[in-house]
Design a protein around this ligand. Structure first.
Ligand code: AR6
Length: 171
């Protein structure tokens, strides 16, 4: 099983094989992690996303799925784009959130990535409560196995998010 590490920081500054992007189904960028990755990674990432749209995902990348592109100027080899579910108080979408982590790790395994950095998917613009998002993230990553992956690093943007993940990891 991969080693799970928690760091507070900016996901675009991670030196890893693959950085996971909390994207939207258009694959054409947005705010939050997505905006930061495209800004820092440069146009190569967007160009690859446009090609993927043209070849495979004309209707958009479905929620819960993941797909890889090169990482442009990031200190990583690949960006794995996944689309988290928007939080809903009425409908349980946790299986879709778990699927983001599982599918991203599956893609990382296909790429033979050894180190993978994840943000807390869906916990920003998409409104997922951090404690629940952390629980799902940690449980899914612990249960998933991608042969090549030695380290799964959760990169938490602020101290509060870091604390919530640390608590969930100890629970
Ligand atoms: N490094 C690490 N974590 C970050 C960073 C960063 N540079 N920036 C924000 N976070 P979000 P979502 C945290 O909104 O909720 C975009 O517009 C942030 O504090 O990036 O899945 C997409 O295009 C939060 O805890 O992703 C979609 O439309 C977490 O990362 C939509 O937002 C995720 O926040 C996706 O929303």
């Amino acid at each position: 099983m991969a080693r799970i590490t928690l760091v507070r920081g900016d996901i675009t500054a991670q030196r890893v094989d693959a950085v996971v992007n909390a994207a939207n189904s258009s694959l054409l960028g947005g705010g939050g992690v997505d905006g930061a990755i495209h800004r820092k990674g440069g146009p190569e990432i967007l160009a690859a996303c446009r090609e993927l749209r043209a070849s495979h995902y004309g209707g958009g990348l479905p929620t819960g799925q993941a797909v890889a592109t090169p990482a442009g100027r990031l200190e990583a080899r690949w960006v794995i784009h996944t689309v988290g579910p928007v939080w809903s108080a009425r409908e349980d979408r946790s299986e879709l959130l778990a699927s983001c982590y599982r599918e991203s790790l599956r893609v990382a395994g296909e790429l033979a990535a050894r180190t993978v950095a994840f943000p807390a998917i869906s916990t920003g613009v998409y409104g997922w409560p951090m404690a629940d998002g952390a629980r799902i993230a940690l449980r899914t990553v612990r249960e998933a196995s991608a042969e090549s992956v030695e380290e799964v690093r959760f990169v938490l943007f602020d101290e509060a998010a870091y604390e919530v993940f640390a608590e969930a990891a100890d629970a």
